[in-house]
Design a protein around this ligand. Structure first.
Ligand SMILES: [Zn+2]
Length: 147
C-alpha cells in the first residue's frame, strides 16, 4: 500500500466512525485528497425515506466543492463494512458516486486513483476512475472542459 493510499484509507476509516447508518448498518467513509495535501472526509448519511440517503463519497465531494476546491481533487479513498463486524473485503463506490467522482476528475483533468478498502485490514484495491466508469459521460461532453 502506498503512503497516499494508507493515509486516505485511514482517514476514511476515521470518518466511517461517524456514519449515520441506522437502516443499513453499513458504515462507509470516504477521504478526498486535494492538491495541497488537505484531506476532506465524509461518511454515509442515511434517511428514514431511504431514497434521500447520501453516500460518503458524495458528502465528501460536496464538502470539497463548498470549500471551492472541486477542481483540485487528486485521489479518493473509500472504505465500508457492516457495523460491528471486522469486514476486510474492499468496497468500491456505487454507480452514482462513480459519476460524481467523474465530475471532479474531468474538471481537474485527472484520471483519479480510487483506493478501496474494507472496514479493517490491509486489503486495498486500487483503480483508476476510468476503470470504474469507462466511457464516462461528464462535463467534457457538455463543453465545460476540454477532453
Ligand atoms: Zn455511492
Amino acid at each position: 500500500m502506498t503512503d497516499q493510499a494508507r493515509t486516505l484509507i485511514e482517514a476514511a476509516r476515521d470518518a466511517a466512525k461517524n456514519a449515520y447508518a441506522p437502516y443499513s448498518n453499513f458504515a462507509v467513509g470516504a477521504a478526498v485528497l486535494l492538491g495541497d495535501g488537505t484531506v476532506v472526509t465524509g461518511a454515509n448519511f442515511e434517511n428514514a425515506s431511504y431514497g434521500l440517503s447520501l453516500c460518503a463519497e458524495t458528502v465528501a465531494l460536496a464538502t470539497v466543492n463548498a470549500q471551492g476546491r472541486f477542481r483540485d481533487v487528486v485521489a479518493i479513498g473509500v472504505i465500508g463494512g457492516r457495523i460491528g463486524h471486522a469486514d476486510t473485503a474492499p468496497v468500491s463506490p456505487c454507480g452514482r458516486c462513480r459519476q460524481i467522482i467523474n465530475e471532479a476528475a474531468q474538471l481537474g483533468g485527472c484520471d483519479l486513483p480510487v483506493y478501496c478498502g474494507g472496514a479493517t485490514g490491509d486489503r486495498i484495491a486500487t483503480y483508476k476512475l476510468s476503470e470504474l466508469l469507462p466511457h464516462a459521460f461528464g462535463p467534457a461532453d457538455l463543453g465545460l472542459v476540454d477532453r
